[in-house]
Design a protein around this ligand. Structure first.
Ligand code: ZN
Length: 316
């Protein structure tokens, strides 16, 4: 009798546990092209996939687009089968056929999820819907026609409409990140300030900035070719019924291995996919004055065994 009762209770518990564990969300990492050899998408994708896999929240597929000059007629990713698309991808306007752009636009409007990593915000400067999704972007001849330069002053988002080119960064040095919106699910529980590993600090980004919320900024220091302003680094955009998480961080695997990149990328992808964040903040999260990085992730870059990557000269 008692044994039967325990078995019944055990069965009930198991049913509750099984039902409580949500099925992993399908996520597509889309790669295949970058703006130049300085963005090694082939090396970056395995690092991004490792980060998502280790959460056990996602079922990740990598979809590689044809290269420049390749045939796109048969390239029809099944966007609708995924809860979120992670773009480790940067291509010019004419790369995607109109039907492909329309399919992606429809996916997002109907409630898709998008994660924009670093130079993915360089892509498609003339595709209006894409720029509405990313909020802000840079390079590929963007200027005031792309929209104002958005920055944060004393916690308030401001738009600078003075004409000029979009996109700049200084030398890859560690820098301080500052939370702008501590209430957003992606940011809850993070310290107000933390150090990010040596990376490109994107500044002077321009765009429509519609339905955009800046989650974190970094001061672009004039001493490192910067604007002197608090530049958006982590942001979210509502696009139709779709959710976008945009991180400007992550130039290379060395930068991606920064624990704050890992944490915000994992949480940002969960939020883009589901609208909620269930992950806790790791105890190794960087503090306001000390960087913290994952040696196992950095080691995914073959250059890393020679030490930190050589620092780039400033690029406009
Ligand atoms: Zn870069």
């Amino acid at each position: 009798m008692a044994r039967a009762m325990y078995a019944a209770i055990g069965g009930l518990l198991l049913a509750v546990l099984v039902r409580g564990a949500a099925a992993p969300a399908r996520v597509m990492i889309l790669d295949g092209e970058s703006g130049g050899a300085y963005h090694r998408w082939q090396v970056v994708t395995p690092a991004l996939k490792t980060m998502l896999d280790e959460t056990r929240l996602f079922d990740v597929d990598v979809v590689t687009a044809p290269p420049a000059g390749g045939d796109f007629t048969a390239f029809r990713p099944a966007f609708g089968q995924y809860r979120a698309i992670v773009l480790n991808y940067d291509a010019p306007d004419d790369r995607w056929p109109a039907e492909l752009k329309d399919a992606f636009d429809r996916y997002m409007r109907e409630g898709g999820g998008l994660v924009v990593v670093h130079a993915a915000d360089n892509a498609f400067p003339g595709w209006k819907a894409y720029n509405d999704m990313i909020g802000i972007g840079g390079w590929r001849n963007r200027d005031e026609r792309a929209g104002p330069h958005w920055y944060v002053e004393n916690g308030t988002l401001k738009a600078e409409t003075t004409p000029g080119s979009a996109g700049s960064h200084g030398t890859r040095l560690p820098f301080v990140m500052t939370v702008n919106d501590p209430t957003h699910p992606i940011m809850k529980g993070l310290p107000k300030r933390w150090m990010h590993q040596g990376d490109e600090l994107y500044a002077s980004l321009r765009g429509p900035g519609r339905n955009m919320m800046v989650l974190a900024t970094a001061r672009s220091e004039p001493s490192n070719h910067g604007t002197g302003r608090d530049e958006p680094q982590l942001l979210v955009v509502q696009y139709g019924r779709g959710r976008v998480f945009h991180t400007t961080l992550g130039h290379d695997v060395n930068a991606l291995s920064s624990v704050d990149f890992v944490t915000t990328f994992q949480r940002g992808t969960e939020w883009a996919a589901t609208g909620a964040v269930t992950q806790s903040v790791p105890s190794t999260f960087p503090t306001a004055d000390t960087v913290s990085y994952r040696a196992d992730l950095a080691a995914l870059d073959p250059i890393f065994k020679n030490g930190l990557n050589p620092l780039d000269p400033p690029r406009r």
